[in-house]
Design a protein around this ligand. Structure first.
Ligand SMILES: Nc1ncnc2c1ncn2[C@@H]1O[C@H](COP(=O)(O)OP(=O)(O)OP(=O)(O)O)[C@@H](O)[C@H]1O
Ligand SMILES: [Mg+2]
Length: 396
């Protein structure tokens, strides 16, 4: 495989400070504060006594603290969390989607303004640019991952994923890579697939970039990010694109981790089939002010999509609550913890309006083998897995 380059002119990975969304997350270890630079004297203002210019002393490489990162490798979104020099967490993300150039019919066009990669003989449009092109022209997006793991459908999946991860983990000049804790799903129940291949390939990709790679279950990462108040005990459900991941964690030790084979993609595919459209058109509507019980928005086709989304959303929530309960019972564990634990709801699929109320009602209807103190959202359902991974990376 030869990867020639990735070009990302549109600055796809804006870093946003998430300090406002971090109310529940333990703060990472603050980086040593930077010395305040001496004020620069203006030429017209005499400075008394004159200060001789100080030679800039290069920092010995051994004194630069390695940069630790948290990386959420999701079927739809790749999210990276890092601590800035003030100890605040910064988040960057990329959509984990691509288009091959033959599909887009833009051969011979100037690609300098489009995020793309050349791999072997192929050219691939990546991430947000791929998503936008697909929506404008009605193309079906390709994915490097499927159901939480590397997709076996495209021979280039691993290479494309590696290019996007390299872009996301990019370090400032002068920084050196430290530990990168990356998310992996649990083994899906009722399925022959398991995460071993996926986990090892990601470990190899991250190691090749120069980091020390360590896997962490996606749902367990949510407890690390969200449950400092309950001594890192809780049950988390991550409603992603490819899978729904569940973990029960007691005092930071995972007691149970598993995945269910339905998520946002299952909703999109079913809605697209039901109303006769392509899944990415459904995604565009779903991510725009969708509410489980409100369909009266947009033109006729959009209203039909919204109505179908409501049916499949409710079905997904019922399926997850029922299956999680069955799985907890089946494992026959003693989950009689001394204190009640919170249930944390997270993942992009949980962002739909009315989701939390609906799942609360479903959870309350059944008898759980553990006592719940509350059912609440994670502080930031799209980045808390990456934040939990970062917290683990910084703890060591
Ligand atoms: N505002 C929104 N309303 C409804 N759904 C949304 C919203 N934003 C994102 N989603 C959906 O959430 C899913 C992506 O969520 P997330 O980033 O948690 O998944 P992922 O981590 O990439 O996938 P997985 O964990 O299954 O591998 C997609 O199906 C996306 O369409
Ligand atoms: Mg996820």
């Amino acid at each position: 495989m030869s990867v020639l380059f990735i070009q990302s002119p549109s600055k796809e990975t804006p870093r946003m400070s998430t300090s406002d969304t971090m109310a529940h997350a333990p703060q990472p270890v603050a980086q040593p504060s930077q010395p305040t630079p001496a004020p620069v004297a203006s030429a017209s203002v005499p400075v008394v006594p004159p200060v001789a210019p100080q030679p800039v002393r290069p920092v010995a490489p051994s004194r630069v603290a390695p940069t630790c990162l948290g990386l959420d490798v999701g079927t739809m979104n790749l999210v990276c969390a890092r601590a800035n020099t003030l100890g605040k967490i910064e988040i960057a993300s990329l959509r984990n989607v691509f288009l091959t150039v033959e599909d887009v019919h833009i051969e011979g066009m100037d690609l300098s303004k489009i995020s793309h990669a050349r791999i072997d003989d192929g050219v691939f449009i990546l991430s947000h640019d791929a998503y936008n092109f697909a929506n404008i022209f009605g193309y079906r997006l390709s994915r490097s991952m499927q159901k939480g793991m590397i997709s076996p459908e495209d021979i280039n999946s691993t290479d494309i994923l590696a290019v996007m991860i390299r872009e996301l983990l990019n370090l400032e000049p002068g920084s050196k890579p430290g530990k990168c804790v990356y998310s992996v799903p649990g083994d899906p129940v009722n399925s022959k697939s398991n995460v071993l291949y996926h986990r090892n390939i990601l470990g190899r990709i991250i190691t090749e970039i120069g980091f020390e790679a360590e896997p962490l279950n996606e749902a367990t990462a949510i407890i690390y990010a969200e449950c400092a108040d309950s001594d890192f005990s809780g049950i988390s459900i991550s409603f992603g694109a490819g899978l729904t991941n569940v973990a029960v964690v007691y005092k930071s030790i995972p007691v149970l981790e598993f995945a269910l084979g339905r998520g946002g993609d299952w909703i999109d595919d079913n809605v697209a089939l039901a109303v006769g459209t392509i899944p990415n058109r459904v995604v565009a509507i779903k991510e725009k002010d969708f509410h489980l019980d409100r369909f009266d928005m947009g033109r006729k086709k959009e209203r039909k999509v919204r109505e179908a989304l409501g049916f499949y959303y409710k079905n997904l929530i019922q399926y997850v609550v029922k299956s999680a309960l069955q799985e907890l019972d089946r494992r026959d564990l003693d989950l009689g913890f001394p204190n009640r634990i919170p249930m944390i709801i997270s993942g992009g699929t949980s962002l739909a309006g009315g989701f939390l109320d609906y799942i609360r009602a479903q959870v309350e209807e059944v008898a759980w083998p553990l006592e719940l103190s509350e059912v609440r959202y994670a502080g930031d359902p799209l980045s808390c897995v990456a934040q939990g991974c970062l917290i683990k990376a910084l703890k060591q």
